[in-house]
Design a protein around this ligand. Structure first.
Ligand SMILES: Nc1ncnc2c1ncn2[C@@H]1O[C@H](COP(=O)(O)OP(=O)(O)OP(=O)(O)O)[C@@H](O)[C@H]1O
Ligand SMILES: [Mg+2]
Length: 318
């Protein structure tokens, strides 16, 4: 089973206007409302690829129930922990005339210590030796990476595997706590924030990722937007291309990468094939307007175009 954990879900509202005027009343051309949060994105991509995951995490207030209902309607299993308060809403204002977007991002509701313990207990009950636990996205206040670290350790105790996709500061907190996720997936900006290492060139990315792997993380996957991605895995180190496509929206491309890659690993397809599928899903996601939306036909077609190369390196961390 693949369990996705979303501790800070959101409602993503995209408001489109012909021409946005600050300080005036604006006529809205269209509104699109979607449920969001990185774990939820991963769950939806898994479903599109033919796998039925279990979505867990926090569901705050009435909108939290709406999120659960939406996922259930999509035939995704749900077992969220209820939280008082209101699910945060992220508003994107799209100005058609200037091709510009403005994002208003709200913080999530407060998770009290009792809520955190309840959520961890709920997840603990679901862990089995073959579970992949996916910890993705931001945390509600006042949580730090320690909450993810505890979940990683719970999973480890159950013999389960974990994947962490979070900002560099959170990744550092998880590592400092002493937890060791099986896989860490970050983009190169997030990687830079883990230990403050430079991550502009491919060599620098490999070196910064190697520092993390050296701590005892089995695999570190770093996505680099248009530049593709690199991966340090127990099998080998890889460079993965991103086929050139006309991008509609790259938001959530990293989540699509993580979902398809984990599905490959879950099916014991080996790292090379898992990374190919991950990259194909991420590029397929760029062809669609929403966040982390992709079509399985695009993923299958693009998988043949992705180039996965072995990288021979001399590890500089001793
Ligand atoms: N402009 C692009 N053209 C082609 N492929 C892209 C483009 N942007 C992203 N990708 C693909 O998506 C992958 C993930 O992108 P990126 O590094 O931006 O992830 P991310 O920052 O984690 O995204 P998010 O957190 O929004 O899901 C890349 O490795 C690449 O395969
Ligand atoms: Mg990401």
């Amino acid at each position: 089973m693949i369990i996705t954990v979303t501790l800070n879900p959101a409602i993503d509202e995209t408001v489109e206007l012909d021409h946005f005027v600050e300080g005036d009343t604006n006529r809205v051309a269209s509104i699109r409302r979607d449920i969001g949060g990185k774990g939820i994105n991963v769950a939806r991509v898994l479903k599109e690829l033919g796998y039925e995951p279990l979505a867990m995490g926090f569901a705050p207030g009435d909108l939290g129930r709406m999120i659960e209902d939406t996922l259930r309607d999509e035939n995704i299993g749900v077992d969220f922990t209820f939280l008082d308060g209101v699910t945060r809403t992220n508003i994107t204002i799209l100005d058609r005339s200037k091709h510009r977007h403005t994002v208003l991002s709200a913080a999530g509701p407060y998770a009290h210590p009792d809520d955190i313990e309840e959520m961890i207990a709920n997840i603990r009950r679901r862990l089995r030796p073959d579970t992949w636990l996916v910890l993705a996205g931001s945390l509600p206040p006042p949580c730090t990476g320690d909450v993810y670290a505890r979940l990683v350790q719970e999973a480890e105790r159950a013999g389960a595997l974990t994947a962490l996709d979070a900002d560099g500061v959170v990744v550092r907190q998880v590592l400092e706590y002493g937890a060791r996720p099986t896989v860490i997936k970050v983009n190169h900006h997030e990687l830079q924030r883990v230990h403050g290492d430079p991550t502009d060139t491919e060599d620098e990315v490999f070196e910064a990722a190697e520092t993390i792997r050296h701590l005892g993380v089995a695999a570190v996957v770093v996505t680099r937007g248009t530049l593709g991605s690199v991966a340090l895995t127990p099998e080998a180190d890889y460079r993965i291309s991103a086929p050139d496509v006309e991008v509609i929206s790259a938001v959530g491309a990293g989540d699509a990468f993580l979902a398809a890659m984990l599905l490959g690993l879950r099916r014991d397809e080996g790292w090379e094939r898992a990374l190919r599928q991950g990259a194909a899903a991420s590029v397929a996601c760029c062809l669609m307007p929403g966040s982390a939306e992709c079509r399985v036909q695009d993923v299958q077609r693009l998988a043949d175009e992705v180039v996965v190369k072995l990288v021979a390196r001399h590890a500089s961390v001793g």
